[in-house]
Design a protein around this ligand. Sequence first.
Ligand code: NCD
Length: 302
Amino acid sequence: MALQHLLSTRDLSVKDINSLLDDASSVLTPDGLHPMQSHELRGKRLVLAFFEASTRTRLSFETAADRLGGTSIFFQGSGSSVEKGETMRETIFTIQSMGFDAIILRHAQNGIHCEIASYSTMSVINAGEGSAQHPTQALLDASTIREYSGEVSGKRVAIVGDLRHSRVARSTTDVLKRLGANVAYCAPDALAPNDEMFSTMQRFSSMDELLPWADVVYLLRIQRERLSDEIILDPDDYRRRYSFTMERAREYPNVAVMHPGPVNVGVEIDEPVLDLPQCLIHRQVTHGVAVRMAVLRKLLST
Ligand code: NCD
């Protein structure tokens, strides 16, 4: 079925996910991306409207659009007329009136992507929505695990850190579980998720407890910008219980390490771990370009 928007991982069936991952894998090489330039998106105009900070998501969507021959224009929410009191709806109609085919949107408000999709004629692609969804991150995570381990099904993945405020935890868990992975989590009480989807999942109490079980440890940053003031975490205790330290990496060289980025070194991970062969964090970034190309192709190429 043709897809107009990508708002949530739940817009995609397992068949859709697998076909996007197959498409993504065709542009990947063992150490990068095929040097290619296609014209599949010639004449397509994309606006990246980002109301929150980004490095990887922004650059990889721009790179994906460029490699497919589309045009992308970046619109930064801060400093825009929204700060002069313009409504989101008016901002969207303003963007739409300039003839864009798709809006790639990052915004802190849960639900705003769906709302915009209900009145905009542009394709809405979710590039991060509050604590709710980040569908292309989930696809790139699945793509990275599939490449590293041969398949996602049966793999034991432990998500560790601030799941409560993480859109990545929600969308990546959904995709990995539907592809047959065994997903568990580990978080201090103050950062543990309290929504339904996690209630039946296995929960570990520390990194040391989960490491003998896991094939993949998926680390999350503490989302300080979303933390309420009453949550106080002791950094030494956090490191002791939840951090992927160099000592743990040496003890478990077969456990793969992933992270959506940005990484806070010294908090959830030790800096030298980033250079180890078991660390897939930089490979995830490359997969980010490949899966975003696959998504843009699926939604926009005619
Ligand atoms: C994440 C995000 O913005 O949701 N990063 C990303 O897109 N690669 C995770 C985060 O901010 O911690």
